[in-house]
Design a protein around this ligand. Structure first.
Ligand SMILES: *Cc1c(COP(=O)(O)O)cnc(C)c1O
Length: 387
């Protein structure tokens, strides 16, 4: 089956003579076993609410259908999906290699929290060569963490190369695949042991819930992920699992529109004098573009623009004039977003040298002409503030 068919077919109920199209929301802590034998058997995959109800299983099945691999487990947020996947493989005295362009809270989890437990993290250039990565590997490296393209700066990483380097040193490659929605990139096919998504973004797609997905390539990896989540007491509400599966039904339709509008916005920004550079993997100028062409089947709607240096009052006037582009964290919903971000605050292995303000844009599903008009209005306000 092709992805669009999987998105429509996966995780649907098929039992009973007549059944609803969608799996109902099954809210439960306690399950009752009718007989002692049922209890001994643990009712197969459903035993207790924290370990998931049929609503959760349906979403897990759909994400596995999309990402490939052995199985998917859910986490209450994208961040916890990242953290639990790292925790599954490290102990005191171990070492993590993490991309310098990782989502900042994931980075902080390693830099601050895991450090207290004697786990050390080295950050590597997201564009590092095979030799450079190999040189950073240590005998105690247990996790190589990738995020492609990188948060805020959009460098595309060579996952097959990273998988080889990780495996040569006995480490797991854990990849944050949020940007592609699991649709445009398949890290597990490319050699990753674990592919993670903040389902909060494109899977749920409506800016109304937080959820994380962790897909393991094989059974042994999946067991470690399962026990990490279990021992952490992790729980996802059945309502959020339901919303996310519901969002997935329209994932490909939404993504193609996000992609189309992004292409239009890039054309728009290219003509604007206020803009210095555009950061988007589909552009030749974007670091890792050749890898994007090799490993991705498309592009989603999150990208960056570097402005020519402008004073703060002008930037403020720009943001305050925007009516359709909301100023807010997260992304991947139906609505457009524009946020001032500061990559220079989060790097240690690489240096962010651009002087201008960096805007992170999410192209939503609004009419493209209205979106362009909104930006034009904001640029006009910016110029007025400079007079
Ligand atoms: C948003 C995001 C996360 C965290 O997801 P939450 O659901 O907000 O916790 C992790 N990784 C990436 C790349 C993200 O964009």
């Amino acid at each position: 089956m092709k992805d669009d068919t999987k998105l429509a077919a996966a995780g649907r109920p098929h039992h009973r003579p007549a059944h609803p199209v969608n799996p109902p929301v099954e809210r439960a802590s306690t399950y009752l076993f009718p007989t002692y034998d049922d209890y001994l058997e643990g009712a197969k995959s459903i035993t207790y609410g924290r370990l998931g109800t049929p609503t959760h299983r349906a979403l897990e099945e759909a994400v596995t259908a999309l990402e490939g691999g052995f199985e998917t487990r859910l986490a209450p947020s994208g961040l916890q999906a990242c953290n639990a996947a790292i925790l599954a493989f490290v102990a005191t005295g171990d070492h993590i290699l993490m991309t310098d362009a990782a989502y900042d809270p994931t980075r902080k989890f390693c830099e601050k929290f895991l450090k207290r437990f004697g786990v050390e993290t080295t950050f590597y250039d997201p564009l590092a060569s095979k030799e450079e990565v190999a040189a950073l590997m240590r005998p105690n490296t247990k996790v190589v963490f990738a995020e492609s393209p990188g948060s805020l700066t959009f460098e595309v990483q060579d996952l097959p190369m990273l998988a080889e380097a990780a495996h040569a040193g006995g480490a797991k490659l854990v990849a944050d695949n949020t940007w592609s929605g699991g649709y445009y990139c398949k890290p597990i096919e490319l050699g990753a042991d674990v592919s993670i998504q903040a389902g909060t973004k494109y899977l749920a797609g409506h800016a109304d819930c937080l959820i994380g997905t962790i897909t393991s390539a094989d059974e042994q990896t999946a067991k470690k992920i399962y026990y990490a989540l279990l021992q952490l007491g992790s729980n996802v509400s059945a309502d959020d699992a339901y919303l996310t599966l519901r969002g997935m039904r329209t994932l490909s339709t939404r993504l193609s529109r996000h992609q189309e509008s992004t292409e239009e916005l890039i054309k728009f920004f290219k003509k604007r004098d206020e803009i210095d550079r555009i950061l988007h993997p589909a552009l030749k100028s974007c670091p890792g573009h050749a890898i994007w062409k090799r490993d991705f089947s498309g592009a989603s709607g999150l990208f960056g623009v570097v402005m020519k240096p402008a004073p703060l009052p002008a930037l403020k006037a720009f943001f305050n004039a925007l009516k359709l582009f909301g100023m807010g964290f997260s992304w991947g919903g139906f609505e457009s977003l524009c946020l001032h971000v500061r990559p220079e605050q989060y790097r240690t292995a690489t240096e962010w040298r651009e002087e201008g303000h960096v805007l992170r844009i999410h192209a939503g599903l609004e009419d493209i002409d209205d979106l362009k008009a909104d930006l034009e209005r904001a640029f006009a306000a910016m110029h007025a503030a400079l007079k």
